[in-house]
Design a protein around this ligand. Sequence first.
Ligand SMILES: *Cc1c(COP(=O)(O)O)cnc(C)c1O
Length: 405
Amino acid sequence: MSESNPVTRELFDEVMVPNYSPSKVIPVRGEGSRIWDQQDNEYIDFAGGIAVNCLGHCHPALVKALTEQGQKLWHLSNTMTNEPALRLAKKMVDATFADKVYFANSGGESNEAALKLARRWALDNYGEQKSHIISFKQGFHGRTFFTVTVGGQPAYSDGFGPKPADVFHAEYNNLDSVKALISDKTCAVVMEPLQGEGGIIRPTDEFVKGVRQLCDENNALLIFDEVQTGVGRLGSLYAYMDLDVTPDILTTAKALGGGFPIGAMITTTDIAKHLKIGTHGSTYGGNPLACAVGEAAFDTVNDSQVLDGVKSKADLFTKHLNEINEKHQIFSEIRGKGLLIGAALNEKYQGKAKEILLAAMDEGLMVLIAGLNVVRFAPSLVIPDEDIKQGMALFEKAVAKVING
Ligand SMILES: *Cc1c(COP(=O)(O)O)cnc(C)c1O
């Protein structure tokens, strides 16, 4: 567009489907954990593109991978394989419980593949009646029709006609509610090993281990949706590694591409064999450009210094948030794990998470929310400590403004 016809927020309302309500701010560039908007205002980024930009903006390793691959080969099709896809798959297999990888382009698609695989595995091994899927209230698994149905938020799944059948919702951290639903008809239990969108809810040890055991007793697969928790977010490469529970299928996306769209479903050879030739696929899945960037992100994050850094930066975040709370008495709890942190508003400030997000934006800080009552932080895993300090000073100002009306 010409100078006299600039891109503005109003243009969004003119030309975009109204399913989002974006901020007035239009960012134009980023570096590390800083972002600049059209007017060159600077922001500190505690949002990380909703847990996607695991290495901040324009990390040199990712820019290098993108530009190098961008000069070589962008896309083929799945009638041919390619080097970046095989290299990344090999690294994922070497670093996890899995033997096999299926590439997709998003978290929702990775989960769609996992659910279809679970159904096919059950059909092949046990017959048609083993079709039940158990997932959790408040869970989030994506926006395809199967994944919103499996997700535990009716607001996302209702109003689109008949849903995929045989999906049941238990309560997170309530093993009895799983026991009440699970049977030999269950083909899979799907869970986030820390509920993200649902409000930053950690599972108890007893719960995760209990779910694993119930799956084993009922010959059901355990699917971990690690779309948000994976690739270092919680301080281990994948969250399951710190839980002493191994899933049968795991999905990963968001941070996997560090900002380039890619997702994957990983599993064992024995389960994977049920996705025979032609049973499932994706035009872009395993795209060389995406996999080259994914490989660079995976290599950079799967490093003990980076992963240990997540733990120390998480401590720094928590320390600042506790200090702010001591002063202002606004949160009932600071929770989460690693650099996926939720600050839950206390009784007095119920429903004000969005107001805090907007006030923070005015101060030059980007944060997230998870529902109406939780302020969420999902910054770069390599955010400099100085940016945390400066960002928290801005956050305190935003909190004070909301408190003082
Ligand atoms: C974001 C998210 C998804 C959906 O990923 P998309 O890339 O938006 O399809 C699925 N599961 C979890 C746990 C997520 O956080």
